[in-house]
Design a protein around this ligand. Structure first.
Ligand code: ASP
Length: 329
């Protein structure tokens, strides 16, 4: 009889160790935009350049989370790396608006606290994702735009650059092509290139972030879904973290990122079913193109898109890593 409390204690210890080891797993997922990404549109050398950059970003995210960083830090760092890389339509390499300027949007959300921050229509902040996080952590607000966002970023010591820092010849050529073709936004016949990241850390906290130059030939002052919490970005520790990419107007009207979380919360859908419902059914039936990356509170992953391809990848605790560009056959 005497040994029963001892046995019970041992049982409790085992249970608590089990749950600690479960919580020790983490996941990070990134995207570099969705669109008409097909093998025939992407020379092999370009495709492998994208793949190696995605892997490099994932390796950094992996080592951060493995070392105990928060999902928020990992999301910010991974997005910052993609903003600094001219391959993607975010930060350096952002697309041009109808006036031949780069106007960028970004947002971040912390699933633990429900806090969020965003900047929209910024032209001189080197890393818009850092500014979005500063808005969340250092201001009373959720979103700042244009000049106000820029002066706030400066006051926070963030790096400010001349607008031509963001210039790349390739995006300029895309702009000239789009301008000559029509005065409508180019949607499907090119890759988008927005970047996003979602993560679950060792402590069970989710975070999501998105950063973009928007869409080539967008009207001056146009703001897409990427800086809109609930549309392009959403995170809630009780459900999932989501980052979107695609034709922003559809993502705003359908409140895509929040809709996925709400389907899980109120209808009990799995992460995969929720993302499929929104991207493959709802959005597709309206002609809305794009996709999302998402991770749920249990570390399940979804990378769902209704375009021919999406630059994407994930890494899980233990090292399982996958990077892909095209639709699965
Ligand atoms: N969603 C972005 C926007 O509409 C563009 C993209 O993801 O490619 O601004």
């Amino acid at each position: 009889m005497k040994s029963i409390p001892g046995l019970f204690l041992l049982f409790l210890l085992l249970i608590s160790n089990l749950s600690v080891s479960q919580n020790c797993s983490y996941v990070i997922v990134i995207h570099g935009g969705a669109g008409n990404i097909r093998p025939e549109n992407l020379p092999p050398l370009v495709a492998s350049t994208y793949e190696s950059k995605l892997k490099e970003v994932l390796r950094v995210g992996d080592s951060l989370l493995n070392a105990g960083s928060t999902s928020l830090d990992a999301v910010e760092t991974c997005i910052r790396m993609m903003e600094d890389c001219p391959l993607f339509n975010a930060g350096k390499g952002a697309v041009f608006n109808a006036e031949g300027k780069n106007e960028m949007d970004a947002s971040v959300m912390d699933g633990k606290t429900g806090l969020a921050g965003a900047v929209a229509g910024v032209t001189t902040i080197k890393n818009p994702i850092r500014a979005a996080r500063a808005v969340m952590e250092k201001s009373q607000h959720v979103m700042l735009s244009g000049k106000g966002a820029e002066s706030f970023a400066k006051s926070q010591g963030l790096e400010i650059v001349a607008p031509d820092y963001f210039f790349t010849q390739e995006r300029w050529n895309d702009y000239l092509k789009a301008k000559n073709k029509a005065d409508s936004i180019e949607i499907i016949d090119k890759k988008h290139g927005t970047v996003g990241c979602v993560a679950l850390d060792k402590y069970g906290n989710l975070a999501a972030g998105t950063s973009t130059g928007g869409m080539t030939m967008k009207r001056y002052g146009r703001i897409g879904d990427s800086p809109i919490i609930g549309a392009g970005t959403y995170a809630d520790n009780n459900t999932c973290a989501v980052s979107a990419t695609g034709h922003g107007e559809f993502f705003i009207r359908n409140v895509v990122a929040y809709d996925i979380s709400a389907l899980m919360k109120y209808k009990g859908l799995s992460l995969q079913d929720a993302t499929s419902e929104v991207i493959m059914n709802k959005l597709k039936s309206q002609g809305g193109t794009g996709g999302v990356i998402a991770v749920d509170k249990n570390g399940n992953i979804a990378m769902t898109f209704n375009t021919p391809g999406m630059f994407r990848g994930y890494v899980k605790a233990g090292g399982e890593m996958k990077v892909a560009l095209y639709g699965e056959k």
